[in-house]
Design a protein. Structure first.
Length: 561
């Protein structure tokens, strides 16, 4: 090849290189100047993520600051399917690390194989140990964020009352639901930059969250434990369907304990039947039986129709419209005072006072005055108002059956509040569960006078006789005065339209010490077997709960032997 030809080729190569360089420079200039902003936005979108920083949910504590609901750190694992190299292999490794079942593994594979998605959850609120096992796999496209997880340190204690929060930290039942807006707080945000392997490069900005407010309850952790232990014992002893109890401070309306048995572990709510999650003391109704006789006697005393010494000649049974009402045990015709009628729980005596003296209109008015047929307003979701028929729909014998607790349905919290009014010198106070929300005291409980102090004192004396010498003798507590009332109610039979001959609710509601009331305790046992009477089934449970509480509260004896 001649020198001339060689030089020409060199010049052509140089020209080509110059043109290529010019094109590259032009391209670079076009990218840096013309497309700079759009490409920057694209890169930012691919590498920048805005994460929600969940606000810690407020804690729930008892009156002594014992934690009943709290938070612990957990890790949520997520992934970008476009960056996952092999969905099948990755899924297999994650399944082994997290111990997932076949169904969960199949669902995860479907998520990771969806290349259209840029974000999927791998595991919500995994434990720190689980998250660390996955982190050690160094999987491409995986990310991790710390989230608070709701836990219940006391497990089964007050589970139906506390309720529970869901995976997204929102309250779904109980006080968790009732006070969700206060507990939930406000989430924060964090903007981060990650490389293609999802490794954190930089934190661009962080907005601080606002924690939820703490709830301080009126519940006492120790009293709640005593109640639940005794309900469990009663459930086992009587092979009952369920049992429930309420403990009130009659002077403040504070609920010191509220329980239903059987119960469940709030940390395992996903494994628990919904029927066990109900707080039956607030949501469920039952026919109260003889415990409701207090309302009839209170009305008759308040209207000036009788005194505790007013006497009636009472046969074993009487007919009211189409209904035969009789006492629980056969007896001869007997002269009974109003005080003895309540002491021995005479159905005939109470029905006689209602039909001959009180009448339908005044009875209906006193039922309403005690708060039956209306919600108490206790700060708990799903409260039932009970079942009280409008007066114009009362059947012929209603004036005789309703006064003895048949044909009317109440909730345990309603009945406990009614007896608390008598213990509080005639003043009804709205029952409540929360003392403080954050640093603020809860709204003041509503109050209203139901009976005069004189009538309340008369009723307390008669209720004392029930325990001393009547149907409630098994509720007697050595060295303490006790006032209370037994209840035994046949359950309605939906098939026959009448009442069951073998299904009963046994109950006892008591006030202790009777001379200076500190506690009102209501116990109900649903469908006991082996015995049905409130005095035999529920009164002993009341006695044990009261004994434990009196010792714990260091209440001095008021009636030494």
């Amino acid at each position: 090849m001649s020198q001339r030809a060689a030089n020409r080729r060199i010049r052509l190569l140089g020209a080509a290189l110059a043109i290529a360089l010019a094109c590259a420079l032009a391209r670079a200039g076009w990218i840096q100047v013309v497309r700079a902003s759009s490409l920057a936005r694209l890169a930012d979108a691919q590498q920048t993520q805005t994460l929600t920083i969940p606000a810690p949910r407020g804690a729930i504590v008892d009156r002594n600051n014992v934690e009943l609901a709290a938070n612990e750190d957990s890790v949520t694992i997520y992934a970008d399917p476009k960056l996952v190299r092999s969905p099948a292999a990755t899924t297999q490794r994650v399944v082994e690390a997290l111990g997932l079942d076949v169904q969960a593994g199949t669902e995860l594979l479907g998520k990771l194989a969806d290349r259209k998605s840029r974000f999927v959850y791998v595991a919500r609120k995994a434990s720190l140990a689980q998250a660390n096992r996955v982190k050690r796999l160094k999987l491409a496209g995986f990310g991790y964020t710390v989230e608070p997880k709701r836990i219940y340190p006391q497990g089964v204690l007050a589970a139906q009352t506390i309720g529970f929060a869901g995976l997204d930290n929102r309250g779904l039942a109980g006080l968790e639901k009732q006070y969700d807006k206060s507990l939930v707080g406000r989430d924060g945000k964090q903007t981060v930059v990650r490389d293609p392997a999802q490794r954190l490069i930089d934190v661009k900005s962080t907005t601080v969250d606002r924690p939820g407010a703490n709830l301080a309850l009126t519940i006492d952790n120790a009293i709640q434990l005593y109640v639940q232990q005794e309900l469990a014992r009663a459930l086992k002893t009587w092979r009952a369907r369920s049992a429930s109890a309420v403990v009130l401070d009659p002077h403040t309306g504070e609920v010191l304990a509220m329980a239903t048995a059987p119960t469940y572990d709030a940390n395992k709510v996903g494994e628990t039947a919904q029927d066990l999650q109900r707080n039956r003391t607030v949501t469920d109704t039952y026919e109260p039986g003889s415990t409701f006789k207090l309302v009839t006697i209170a009305g008759a005393l308040s209207e000036g129709l009788v005194t505790p010494q007013t006497a009636f000649t009472l046969p074993y049974s009487i007919k009211v419209a189409d209904k035969i009402i009789h006492d629980s045990h056969p007896r001869a015709t007997e002269l009974m005072t109003v005080s003895k009628i309540l002491t021995v729980s005479s159905n005939v005596g109470v029905a006689t006072i209602s039909t001959q003296l009180l009448g339908t209109e005044r009875l209906a008015r006193w039922i309403k005055r005690f708060g039956f047929g209306e919600k108490t307003g206790v700060d708990f979701p799903g409260e039932s108002q009970g079942i009280v028929l409008p007066q114009d729909k009362w059947y012929g014998s209603a004036t005789g059956t309703i006064p003895i607790g048949q044909g009317i349905a109440v909730t345990p919290i309603q009945l406990a509040a009614a007896y608390a009014a008598i213990a509080n010198e005639g003043v009804w106070i709205q029952p409540h569960l929360v003392a403080r929300v954050g640093g603020k005291a809860a709204s003041a409980a509503k109050r209203r006078r139901v009976v005069t102090p004189v009538v309340a004192e008369q009723l307390m004396s008669m209720l004392g006789s029930v325990v001393d010498e009547g149907t409630g003798v098994e509720a007697e507590i050595p060295n303490y005065s006790v006032a209370g009332k037994t209840g035994t109610a046949a359950k309605p039979d939906p098939v026959s339209g009448g009442y069951s001959t073998y299904k009963y609710v046994a109950s006892f509601v008591g006030i202790v010490p009777a001379s200076d009331p500190r506690l009102v305790i209501l116990v109900t046992v649903d469908e006991p077997k082996g015995a049905i009477w409130g005095g035999s089934v529920a009164a002993p449970a009341f006695k044990q709960i009261a004994l434990d509480c009196l010792r714990y509260l260091e209440v001095p004896p008021d009636r030494p032997s």
